[in-house]
Design a binder for this molecule. Structure first.
Ligand code: SF4
Length: 495
């Protein structure tokens, strides 16, 4: 029989915990379920809260938005918060702090008179387990099959979703990746979401597809190559847009596209211009005259196909219709790829120098392409317990939002609230001030959210009316930092 003895040198965990509880100066952060016990001069696990002289403190200052840049100069250490008109300042939730559990009133409930109406803004940093990013990547290049897993640091953090016009789309995050997989999957998902939400770059790899570096407002980098142009349209749209400019310069134009390849002389646009049928038949499935699907496999080549030799899309050339000397332009949907051929006596396409007017028409396609960018929308559900920080009857806040009586903003930026139940909103992360997002290690993202509504409505929906503090008092006490919004974002208070 083997007897085990406790190692006299091993610390007793219960004793350690008890000692920790007795440790002087510790403060417990109750802003999220992690409940960090923080030593003096240290911060908790998320770095958002710290122990400052024995007091729990939000480490980042409250951020207010100032309408005009010159107002920002008031944000020095001696700033009293005055003189600012209520129309010129908006208390955002960035740095406001979080209340957890949410039955406590929101950290700031700000009252101000705007245009003769008493308004209330409820301000809190929400903790979102139900959240994710919708990423739009302007590129023709095939990033991977629909539904393919998207990975960061080897962990699945999302998937490829339906492509949009000129863009490949990713859906990242969501409660399943944050909570439903391994601990590492949740942590990496949270890190990736936070990086992108705060404007940073993330390297993502698609199973069976490409690797892409994504950064909001920047061009995507696909397999190490920076993308420059967002397609002018699909192959059929390009035919419709430029048919008149090709007439007289080419006898046939084929716009190669992974989705809808266009063939000018067959297309309605070519017929409208009385173009002679050229007899150049492309592969794939004909949808309608001059519009072909599935001419090749998706890839990183011409028009998002795997084609590197454009002649590969030609199935045959009909000798009853084609003629020697026929001039054929093949071009991609961005104008990035283009080639010029002339049929020889045997009706074989022979590469030839592109005439200047044709080159100019190809350049016109490129000119009409917009710069390729990555766009990142944060999407989250605020229809849960967070509402209790605003009102004791949460459904009334939901109804006020749905009826347009309460306006939702995120860090002062306008949001889109989905119709239907709940308060499910989306916001362009580029519209928020820098570093507006945070995280907690549960793991979940922290995002600023504000609800603004008339004070009478706020009282009617069971709001925490007794906790409303006047704007001037909040500014004086919180000693916030003031920032201006990106120039294209509307100020959240009417002038
Ligand atoms: S993780 Fe952050 S918010 Fe959560 S308890 Fe710790 S310090 Fe507070």
């Amino acid at each position: 029989m083997t007897t085990t003895h406790a190692d006299p040198a091993a610390p007793d965990e219960a004793a350690l915990a008890a000692a920790k509880l007795r440790e002087p100066g510790l403060v417990t952060c109750d802003a999220c379920p992690v409940l960090c016990r923080i030593r003096p001069g240290r911060t908790g696990a998320c770095d958002r809260y710290g122990n400052v002289e024995g007091r729990l403190a939000r480490m980042d200052p409250l951020t207010v938005l100032a309408r005009r840049p010159e107002l920002v100069r008031f944000a020095g250490a001696d700033w009293s918060g005055n003189p600012l008109a209520a129309q010129d300042v908006f208390v955002s939730a960035i740095g406001a702090g979080t209340t957890y559990p949410d039955y406590k009133p929101a950290p700031f409930i700000v009252g101000a008179e705007i245009d003769g109406v008493e308004m209330v803004t409820v301000v809190t940093e929400g903790i979102f387990s139900y959240c994710g990013l919708k990423v739009k990547i302007d590129t023709d290049r095939h990033l991977g099959p629909e539904c393919a897993p998207v990975r960061a640091q080897g962990e699945q953090v999302g998937h490829v979703t339906t492509a949009e016009y000129g863009s490949q789309m990713l859906s990242l995050g969501g409660v399943r990746h944050l909570t439903g997989g391994s601990k590492r999957e949740g942590v990496v998902t949270c890190e990736t979401l936070l990086t992108l939400a705060n404007g940073g770059a993330a390297e993502l790899a698609v199973d069976g597809g490409a690797s892409v570096i994504v950064q909001p407002g920047q061009a995507p980098i696909v397999d190490g190559v920076a993308e420059h142009r967002m397609r002018v349209g699909c192959g059929s749209a390009a035919i419709g847009m430029f048919a008149g400019q090709w007439l007289h310069h080419a006898d046939e134009v084929i716009v190669v596209d992974d989705h809808i390849t266009g063939v000018l002389s067959e297309h309605q646009a070519g017929r409208f211009l009385d173009m002679r049928p050229a007899g150049v038949r492309v592969r794939g499935r004909r949808s309608t005259p001059g519009r072909y699907f599935q001419v090749a496999e998706p890839g990183l080549g011409w028009g998002g196909t795997d084609i590197t030799d454009p002649l590969a899309v030609i199935e045959r050339i009909d000798p009853k219709l084609a003629w020697p000397g026929l001039r054929l332009l093949m071009v991609s949907t961005t104008g990035e790829h283009a080639a010029w051929f002339v049929l020889d006596e045997a009706l074989r396409p022979v590469a030839a120098p592109m005439p200047a007017p044709v080159a100019a028409a190809v350049a016109r396609i490129a000119e009409n392409c917009e710069p390729a960018l990555c766009t990142v929308l944060f999407m989250a559900g605020a229809g849960g317990s967070l509402r209790a920080g605003a009102t004791e009857n949460p459904v009334l806040l939901t109804r006020a939002v749905q009826r347009g009586r309460a306006r939702v903003t995120a860090g002062g930026a306008p949001v889109y609230v989905w119709p239907g139940g709940g308060i499910t909103f989306m916001v362009d992360v580029a519209n928020l001030p820098a570093n507006a997002f945070g995280h907690v290690p549960t793991p979940a993202l922290v995002a600023p959210i504000e609800f603004t509504l008339p004070r009478t409505d706020y009282v009617r929906l069971g709001g925490h009316a007794g906790r409303v503090r006047h704007l001037a008092d909040v500014l004086a006490e919180a000693r916030p930092r003031a920032v201006t919004q990106p120039a294209h974002v509307p100020f959240p208070v009417p002038p």
